[in-house]
Design a protein around this ligand. Structure first.
Ligand code: ZN
Ligand code: ZN
Length: 336
């Protein structure tokens, strides 16, 4: 089958690889769509030993021994492997599984969705609902599922004003969820350009950081209830801590460097606040999210998929995505 692999120096190779065979408890899917992710940028630059892709929806075409998935059904694939038995898994908190490490993620340790077919453990399938197409299924993973989990953790639904630092795919996903929740005032900061314009189109109040200081803008309105760090750099986390009101909640969603320093000024120290870190989303939230999607809860999601390329044009897809002139870029091995 055809697959697309990052081979280093921002080059993509379309390769012929053996089609995977589902093992015990595993399922074979034909890939419908797979999204590129910011987390794959290092591999885009440096290469990877196999094809990746972890934001995917596929159609079930075969069951391995002992698996009983619905043939012909469309399902999104859950990123992380989990044991299903430990204390965390029993509560549905699969990202916190204490038995299986994140090294076994699909699209990383396992071959992923930048291919015609993919194998996944049956328990990693998340079925779509009527009215939720395959593209929307992809969005319900990292783009909306990850932000929504974090926003639930900081009780964002009750915020009157929120701030989102960074308008990449994750930041825009956060803004989409906040506006879908009906939060009246959502401020969003970034450099000027495509992504900040997109934030504004979603109904956010843009703060161009080359012209305005988010701290000054948000001090003028008395601070925000919830501030979301979605850029993955320490200075924006610092800003988030600074701009929340007393009893405010900071959500650290961006992937920060492994070690970093924060400068916390007196204004930040003289108030109660909480900082929440969340990563991906527990499998238990899928059913609620897909039902919400089916009911039309998520607003303007068509804005989130800016490009779809055939798998053969994965090079173009990656170049566009990592240029920053796109929100979510999908590839498909089928005719779109
Ligand atoms: Zn991702
Ligand atoms: Zn577990």
């Amino acid at each position: 089958m055809k697959s697309a692999r990052f081979i280093g120096s921002k080059k993509v190779a379309i390769e012929d690889v053996p089609a995977p065979t589902p093992g015990k408890g595993e399922v074979l899917l034909e890939v419908d769509y797979c999204g590129l992710c910011g987390s794959e940028r290092p591999q885009y630059e440096e290469g990877y030993h196999q094809h990746q892709g972890h934001e995917l929806v596929g159609t079930v075409i075969a069951n391995g021994p002992g698996a009983n998935a619905r043939i012909g059904a469309k399902a999104a694939v859950y990123l992380t492997r989990f044991c299903g038995k430990c204390e965390m898994c029993q509560q549905g908190l699969t990202t916190l599984c204490t038995t299986i490490t994140s090294k076994e993620n699909i699209g990383w340790a396992w071959p992923g969705g930048f291919a015609e077919q993919v194998v996944a453990p049956e328990e990693n399938l998340m079925y779509l609902e009527p009215g939720v197409d395959a593209k929307m299924g992809v969005l319900l993973l990292d783009t909306l599922g990850t932000p929504f989990h974090g926003l639930r953790a900081v009780n964002a639904a009750e915020a009157k004003a929120a701030f989102v630092a960074g308008c990449g795919a994750v930041g825009l996903g956060v803004i989409c969820v906040l506006k879908s929740l009906g939060i009246p005032k959502v401020y969003a900061s970034d450099r000027p350009g495509f992504r900040l314009n997109e934030a504004e189109k979603f109904g956010a109040i843009p703060i161009d950081i080359t012209k305005e200081d988010p701290v000054a803008v948000l001090d003028a309105i008395g601070g925000v209830d919830v501030a979301v760090e979605a850029a993955g750099i320490p200075p924006t986390l610092q800003t988030c801590i600074r701009v929340v009101k007393g009893n405010g909640r900071v959500l650290a969603l961006g992937e920060q460097p492994e070690t970093f320093e924060l400068t916390v000024d007196l204004t930040s120290r003289l108030k109660d606040l909480s900082i929440h870190r969340t990563w991906y989303f527990p499998l238990s939230e899928w059913k609620e999210n897909v039902k919400l999607a089916s009911s039309g809860f998520f607003k303007q999601t068509d804005r989130l998929v800016t490009h779809v390329f055939p798998l053969e044009k994965m090079q173009e897809a990656a170049d566009v995505f990592y240029s920053g002139q796109a929100v979510k870029v999908l590839v498909t091995p089928k005719a779109d």
